[in-house]
Each structure stands twice: as C-alpha cells, then as structure tokens.
Design a protein around this ligand. Sequence first.
Ligand SMILES: NC(=O)c1ccc[n+]([C@@H]2O[C@H](COP(=O)([O-])OP(=O)(O)OC[C@H]3O[C@@H](n4cnc5c(N)ncnc54)[C@H](O)[C@@H]3O)[C@@H](O)[C@H]2O)c1
Length: 364
Amino acid sequence: MSERGNEQVGVGIVGCGVISDIYLKNCTTRYESVRVVGCADLVVERAREQASKYGVEALTVDELLSHPEVELVLNLTVPAAHAEVALAAVASGKSIYNEKPLTVSAEDGRTLLEQAAAKGVRVGAAPDTFLGGGLQTVRGLLDGGAIGEPVAAAIAFYSHGMENWHRDPYFFFQPGAGPLFDMGPYYLTALTSMLGPVRRVAATARASFPERRITSESKRGQKIPVNTPTHIVATLDFAAGPLASLAASFDVWETTHATLVIYGSEGTLALPDPNTFGGPVRLLRAGGKEWEEQPLTHDFTDNSRGIGVADMASAMREGRPHRASGEMAYHVLEVMHGCLESSLAGQHIELESRFDRPAALPRD
Ligand SMILES: NC(=O)c1ccc[n+]([C@@H]2O[C@H](COP(=O)([O-])OP(=O)(O)OC[C@H]3O[C@@H](n4cnc5c(N)ncnc54)[C@H](O)[C@@H]3O)[C@@H](O)[C@H]2O)c1
C-alpha cells in the first residue's frame, strides 16, 4: 500500500472526441479509484462541452499537464498525437494511459516506456476489454485447462471501414490506424493477455483502394487518401508454442465475419467480440459436436471502458503491477509493425519485446 492509501487518483483527460463520452461517464460515476479533475482538447469548445456535461474542469492541455491534482493523464487524442501528449505528460511527472495504439511508431513506444521508467511514473494503455466479464471468463477456462494445451488461434476482422459512421474518419486511413492498428489491438491484446508474447510474425498487406469517400453526415462526399495497408493477412508464432492466423480488413463488404478462436488439445474456445466486454463464450469439447455456451464468471460485461485506468489507479495505491500495461501494449505495437515490415521484406520478422502476462481479475 502506498503512503496515499486509498486516496483517489486524480485523472486529467486530453482529447474530448467520440470516445471521451464513455470514459468520462464511467470514470465520473463508476470507478472509485479515480477522480476526474478536468479535460482538455485542442478544440477548446469540445473540452468545455464535455467538462460541463460531466461536471469537471475545462482546462488547456498545458494547464492539465501542470495541474497539481492530476496524477494520471488519460490520453484520448488521435493516434498521431499519442506520443507527443504522452511524452509531455511523463515529462511533467504524470503517469499516462493512452488509447490504442500505444503510439504510431515503435520507436516512440520504446522512448515512452524508457522515459516513464526514468521518471518513475507508469504507462498503461487501452484496450481494456480483456478485463471484461467475457474475456476474463475465457481466461479462467484456459487457465483451468478447459481446452487442454493451447495449440493455435485465429483472428479474423473483416469490414468496410469507418467512413460510413465516424464524424471525422480521416485518421483511420493513415499510419497508426488501418484495420491492423485500429482494430488489431483488441484481438491481439485479448490473445497476448492469455497466451503471452509472440516470437515472430510473417504477413502480406496492401491498400486495395487508394482513396475513400466519406458517407457519414458531417463530411459527406469528401475524399480521404489511404496511406496505410487496409487488408492484412499474417501468421503469428507465440513464444509458448501456439500458432495463430490473423486477417484484418477495411476493404471487404463481409461484415458478419469477425472471429476470435483459441484451439487447444482438448477442445476449442470461441471468444466474444474483443471490442466488447461481455459474452458469449462458447466451448467445443474434444470429440463433441455441440458448442456449449459458458456461464460468465465475472462482472463488467457492459461497456466498461476505463476499467484499465481504474485498475491502474488502484495498482498505483497498492504498489502492484497494473494489468493494461504499457509493456503489453508496446508488444502488441511491435507485432503490428512486424506484420507490415514482414510484408515489405517478404520474410519472417523476429520480435524482441516481452512482457509479463497480466494477473487474472479476481471474481469479485
Ligand atoms: N471512436 C471510437 O469508437 C473509438 C473506440 C475505441 C478507441 N478509440 C481510440 O480513441 C482515440 C480517439 O478516438 P476518437 O474516435 O475519440 O477520435 P476523435 O477524432 O473523435 O477525437 C480526438 C480528439 O482529440 C483531440 N486532439 C487531437 N490532438 C490533440 C492534441 N495534441 N492535444 C489535445 N487534443 C487533441 C481532437 O481535437 C479531438 O477532439 C483514438 O486513439 C482511437 O483509436 C476510438
């Protein structure tokens, strides 16, 4: 237990866009380990709107980073700003929790971990869906031997992109996003949090279409240049042995085909959508023909975004490792960069980073 005991950790939120609503809602009403001090955005009006909606202070980014009551900065900016905002927070002596991906470049991710270690502050990162009731149920089944020894896994995320619903979808088609960096973290974090680190990857990737046309309301008709691969197929060799396949696309019209499966020596687990916190969790036993839906063993099955921040805040007070760690997020970043690098090089890429598998959440 730290000298500050159970005192709530003061949180400052930078980035008041689409995803900030659920974080502000959950962090101001649901999680006792945190107290949202204020929020900031480059667009001052957005910070003011969110501040008045959730009863927190509207601040400039500089005010937030120097605020004495802010111990932890929650960075909900677009991927291109993740590193800059996070490094500034660390330089101000604050712990940082970034939305995904941790940073755009792997180099920035490494620098962030190094600078945070030098300053004695923590780095955490989304996604935290692996702490939801659905994926924690899977974790319990795996650790309890329900499918024996894990042998393989499969990730398939197929869609036709974000330009039909997001108010400002430009960033989804730039480096740091695309289906791999935008959706991949959910799938990869779910698997790595359970199976541990990946040893090497091989992949092939391309952008099937050089530009996209926005069909969502506010910017309807505008074109977006595509500057990152939008269809990726890959293989991942986990250090512990299992081999996984990965497909991620913003280029195809099949929208029902999203899959996350872990295959074991004694059965198969069909995982819930890792972009959600609930179920269903389904088990097929060796030799069986019927999938059995498993009862969920853990709470946090609704939209619990921010649970990773709340766990990080408790961990700061309890002096234990937090679960949604910067090290795991950096490893996921290295896996994703490894995929793009492999596609360009036409060969396997060996990965260097490792992390400790996060502790399972207790049932209560
Ligand atoms: N939209 C979603 O459904 C969703 C879901 C999960 C995660 N995320 C992640 O959350 C992050 C934000 O996504 P979003 O959809 O809310 O984007 P958004 O564009 O709606 O909001 C981002 C906000 O950050 C602000 N911003 C950008 N650079 C800044 C800077 N340097 N300093 C201060 N503010 C800055 C922008 O003005 C904007 O208001 C991304 O990393 C994304 O991957 C989004």
